[in-house]
Write a protein that binds this ligand. Structure first.
Ligand SMILES: Cc1cc2nc3c(=O)[nH]c(=O)nc-3n(C[C@H](O)[C@H](O)[C@H](O)COP(=O)(O)O)c2cc1C
Length: 342
């Protein structure tokens, strides 16, 4: 089905195609037709950071920034759905065009810049949804909040998202909010995660339930930076790490007509780099913290390789643009076939 409509979607600008696809998944779900768009994946249950997942293949952050399409997306067969990045106040994001396809590389470059309706709108959307699956809420800061006060934005989003989320992702790795990645610096990160961890424990006490908190990191970190981050993570008592966000490196797409576009590169050319960071993190954490692997999963093999490199769960985004929702069942099937979770 998706193979038939892909040429039509690719004739539209990427953001329009994106909106149309989300709308179509909602309509399909409401009319009970989601099975026509995507064959449901096999069951492959797994438990990670205390949460039971029906399968280990989830939707990465950024597709449903406001949690407006939870029911439609869930019906496609994801084992979990991560919404956001959400910021305290609504913001428009960068000027359009700000999303570009690189079809020869099965890649995307985006510089959306956390366009979203703000945390209050996201909370209302999640409360309205009938979705009862595993829900990640990915939090960030507003563009006009300076880094010195970034913690206030994250604390506010954490407080509001906490009761609704199955887990929270702290995103400090988008390349499209100026200075955001500086929060990955060792001493800054230590203080930053420390404050969020204290808040997490307070919310756990108040709500009588502890929700895991994960940190999402960039693929553009040096070995020394990865050493420092791993040390901070282990000392902090955080629950897990997501490897990785998009890259600012263009080596893998050199010569493409869109390679010069500013923003984060995702899709197939990100696979090697994000998997290397995942493998390196896995070695450093030595099984003490679970890792979610994301970046360049385009088929069953790449999903299974992420798991073999040390991921306990995987997420997809760009692969959905190029392969459609059948990617979910394919990924689950290959992970199952290789007996990775057995
Ligand atoms: C258009 C677009 C928007 C994204 N927005 C976000 C976001 O808001 N927050 C975030 O943490 N990651 C965001 N990402 C990154 C993805 O979640 C993922 O980490 C990255 O795209 C690598 O996975 P992929 O190669 O499967 O796309 C975005 C990616 C794309 C392509």
């Amino acid at each position: 089905m998706y193979d038939l409509i892909r040429p039509l979607l690719f004739a539209l600008d990427p953001e329009t195609a994106h909106g149309l696809t989300l709308y179509a998944s909602d309509v399909a779900q409401r009319s009970g037709l989601s099975h026509l768009i995507a064959k449901p994946p096999a069951d492959l249950p797994t438990t990670v950071f205390g949460i039971d997942f029906p399968n280990p293949v989830g939707l990465a952050a950024g597709l449903d920034k406001n949690g407006e399409h939870l029911d439609g997306l869930a019906a496609l067969g994801f084992g979990f759905v991560e919404i956001g990045t959400v910021t305290p106040r609504p913001q428009a994001g960068n000027e359009k065009p700000r999303m570009f396809r690189l079809p020869a590389h099965e890649a995307v470059i985006n510089r959306l810049g956390f366009n979203n309706g703000g945390i209050d709108a996201l909370v209302r959307n999640v409360e309205k949804a009938t979705f009862r699956g595993v829900l990640g809420i990915n939090i960030g800061k507003n563009k006009d909040t300076p880094n010195e006060r970034a913690i206030d934005d994250y604390l506010l989003c954490l407080e509001r998202a906490y009761p609704l989320a199955s887990y929270i992702t702290v995103n400090i790795s988008s390349p499209n909010t100026q200075g955001l990645r500086d929060l990955q610096e060792e001493e800054t990160l230590r203080r930053f995660i420390g404050e969020l961890r204290e808040a997490q424990e307070r919310h756990a006490g108040r709500h009588g339930t502890r929700k895991p908190m994960l940190l999402k990191i960039a693929p553009d970190l040096t070995e020394a930076e990865l050493d420092a981050i791993a040390e901070v993570l282990l000392a902090s008592g955080i629950d897990g790490v997501i490897c990785t966000n998009t890259t600012i490196d263009r080596t893998a797409v050199a010569g493409d007509p869109n390679a010069h576009q500013t923003g984060g590169l995702s899709g197939r050319p990100l696979f090697a780099k994000s998997t290397a960071v995942l493998r390196g993190m896995h070695a450093r954490l030595a099984g003490r913290l679970p890792i979610v692997g994301v970046g360049g999963i385009l088929d069953g093999d790449s999903a299974a390789e992420k798991m073999e490199a040390g991921a306990a769960l995987v997420q997809v985004y760009s692969g959905l643009i190029y392969r459609g929702p059948k990617l979910i069942a394919e990924a689950v099937a290959e992970i199952r076939r290789r007996g990775i979770l057995a």
